[in-house]
Every structure is written in C-alpha cells, then in structure tokens.
Design a binder for this molecule. Structure first.
Ligand code: ADP
Ligand code: MG
Length: 366
C-alpha cells in the first residue's frame, strides 16, 4: 500500500555501484537485503550497476550524465570511491560534477577508512545508518589532493604514505589469508628489523607546533564542519610549481632516514588506528605524521600501543604538521624495495608531489 504522503517526498535519483568482489564479496547481499529496502521506502529512484572490472567505476563517473542523478553510491571499499572521484576529475566539468552529485557510502570492502572516519567503527558498518545518510545526509565538503608524477597526475582522497606504514599495506600481500591483521604483522616485522627508508622531502608547512594544532583542530570528520564545496567551473589546476622546477624557498626540506611518512585526509586510516587525530574534513590542509629513523624498537612499539587513542601525538618521536603541499623523492637503498602507497594502493616509488584542494569533493553525512 502506498502512503498518501508519498507524493510529498521529493524523489532522490541514486546511482548505485556495487563491487561484487569487494571485501569478502558481501557487497551484493548487504545492499540487496539491508540497504535497498530502506532506500526504496524513502522513494529513492535507484539505478543499480555491478562493476565488471577495474576502472569500471572510473569510466562510469567520467561519462555520467550529471543532470540525471543526485547522488552516486559505492557499495565497496576505498578503492571504488577512489575511482569515482578520479572519474569525476577527468571530466572537463570536474568541479560541477563533484558539487552536483555527492558521494554516498555503503562500506563493503576490506578497508573502509572514509566511512569509519565519518561515522565511527560501529555506525560506520550499520547499513541502516548508511542508508539514512544517503536519504537525509547533507553534503560534507572534503579536501582532495592532486598527486603528480613526472608523467601522470591523479587525485587522492585518503592518504599518501612512504616507509614502514606503506610496507605494512603493500609488502604483506602474500599474507592476505590473515585479513587486516597482516598490516600489524608487517609493522612488527619492520620495527623489529629496524627498517628505515631514505627520502628527500620538501613541505609547504602551515603549522608545525603540535600544541597549537591540537588546540585548533577537532578530532574527526564532524558534521559541524559543513562548508560549501569549492565553487568554480572546469578542471582543477595546481598552484604549486611543476616537479621539474626547484621547490620554492619557503618550503622546508627534510633529507634522511624516516620510518614513517604518513599524510592523511581522514583521522582513522584503519580500524582502531587514530593516526591523524587533528584532521578536519575541509580545513584545506593535509595532516602529516612523521617519525624519523633510528628511534629504537621500544619507542616505536609504544607508539603503536597508543595510536588507538591518538595519544601517540604526545610522544617526542612523533612529528605532526599541517601542510598545504609536499614533494617526496624516495632514495632506494641497495637490496631494498621502497614502498609508496596512495589511498592504500601501490604507487610508483619515483619522485612525486601532492597539493591539497580545499573542499573540492563532497560526501553525504548525517
Ligand atoms: P576492497 O576494499 O575489498 O579492496 P574495493 O572496493 O576497494 O574493495 O575494490 C577493490 C578493487 O576492485 C578496485 O580497484 C576496483 O577497481 C576493483 N573491481 C571492481 N569491480 C571489479 C570486478 N568486477 N572484478 C575485479 N575487480 C573489480
Ligand atoms: Mg584536511
């Protein structure tokens, strides 16, 4: 029976992208059984598409008729979100597409950092909460980063990492059977083998005082942080000098051994890992956590025991910066691999640079 009030509810046009192989291949049943009935009851008009191959979601976003949809929902992990954002950003009307069609999230992947960061670990995986975000959520503006190599450029919404955290993500693929515990094992391996990674990095620092950062920035992606997505038309250009130019004089250069270089746009990069407690969704800064090399096994271990509460920030060995941009060149040591992870995925270990674009993206949030 249809309610007499049905006609008063505005119809929301939703494109749903489901990765049938994301996470433990539960995306289809999560959506069909738990989310779809709620969206239909709220009179959403659903177009459902299953992704058939890598970059399929990117192609769909790139070619989308943005006049036909109010929101694009990914039922998957961070990988599909990365693709949708990059598909939009390859369009000549990139800014308009990102503003008009906000993202909706149904987490069903191996890593679901944005969803966990927005809603917490409990609500982040509650299908009803996630369905309500799509129905009633307002667009929360998100900072996005451009990542530029000598021969390619794309966008990152989560993280850029070099050193042992990147190894833990990428170098442990052969331990997939352990689920996400493999990253913990990877970190332990690296700490006990006293691994350090050499780099040359230059940072455009906005704030380097940890106390000031802690006072001025709230923890988490809070709904009080609404901000209109970046206005303007067309493509998104970088404002920093190209890689082929020297870095400007007001950038700070750090050369040497590091164990962790971890830049993030979300506070929680993993379950129980509040690595970047001072992130704001759209403050226009990248939060960078840096641990230099040679800090000792004991200290590094105690850092990982306090990262669940964000208290690692108080430790002397942890440096924390708000930056607008950075450039990083891995120096590969003989007999060792270097790892760069962008949004948790393998990226080239060549020189690259990153610039934040304030409030460029938007995601539906309660
Ligand atoms: P997970 O968090 O489990 O890795 P993601 O949603 O991040 O899940 O997706 C992982 C990758 O799967 C993405 O890079 C995406 O392009 C790819 N993908 C999407 N659909 C398919 C498909 N039908 N077959 C194979 N890979 C796919
Ligand atoms: Mg930020």
């Amino acid at each position: 029976m249809t309610s007499v009030y049905q006609d008063l509810i505005p119809e929301k046009r939703v494109l749903v992208l489901i990765n049938p192989f994301g996470g433990q291949a539960k995306a289809k049943s999560i959506f069909e059984e738990k989310v779809k009935p709620v969206l239909e009851a709220a009179k959403c008009k659903l177009d459902i598409q299953y992704t058939e191959h890598r970059y399929h979601a990117l192609e769909i976003a790139k070619g989308l008729d943005i006049g036909s949809y109010d929101t694009i929902v990914t039922v998957s992990g961070d990988g599909l979100i990365h693709e949708v954002i990059n598909g939009f950003l390859q369009r000549p009307d990139a800014r308009e597409a990102l503003q008009k069609v906000a993202l909706g999230l149904i987490p069903a992947g191996t890593s679901n950092s944005l969803s966990i960061s927005m809603s917490g670990e409990k609500l982040g995986f509650d299908p009803i909460h996630n369905a309500l975000q799509i129905i009633k959520g307002r667009p929360l503006a998100l900072d996005l980063c451009s990542v530029t190599y000598e021969d390619s450029r794309y966008f990152s919404f989560l993280s850029q990492s070099f050193g042992i955290a990147a190894y833990a993500d990428l170098g442990t693929e052969h331990m997939r059977w352990m689920g996400d515990n493999r990253t913990v094992v990877g970190l332990m391996q690296e700490i006990f083998s006293k691994s350090t990674y050499q780099m040359e990095a230059s940072l455009l620092i906005a704030e380097s005082d940890k106390e000031k950062i802690k006072q001025n920035y709230k923890s988490g992606l809070k709904s009080s942080e609404w901000k209109s997505p970046a206005v303007g038309d067309g493509a998104v250009l970088d404002t920093i000098p190209p890689l082929s130019d020297p870095v400007p004089e007001n950038w700070t250069t750090i050369n040497g051994d590091v164990s962790i270089f971890l830049a993030s746009n979300v506070p929680l990069l993993n379950r129980g890992m509040l690595s970047h407690p001072c992130v704001s969704a759209n403050d226009g800064y990248i939060d960078l956590m840096l641990v230099r090399g040679g800090k000792g096994i004991g200290k590094q271990l105690s850092m990982f025991t306090s990262v669940d509460t964000g208290k690692h920030l108080d430790m002397d060995l942890v440096e924390y910066y708000k930056v607008k941009a950075f450039r990083l060149k891995p120096i590969i040591k003989p007999g060792k691999s270097a790892y760069v992870a962008i949004d948790g995925e393998h990226a080239s270990a060549k020189q690259f640079q990153v610039e934040v674009h304030q409030a460029l993206g938007s995601v539906l949030s309660l």
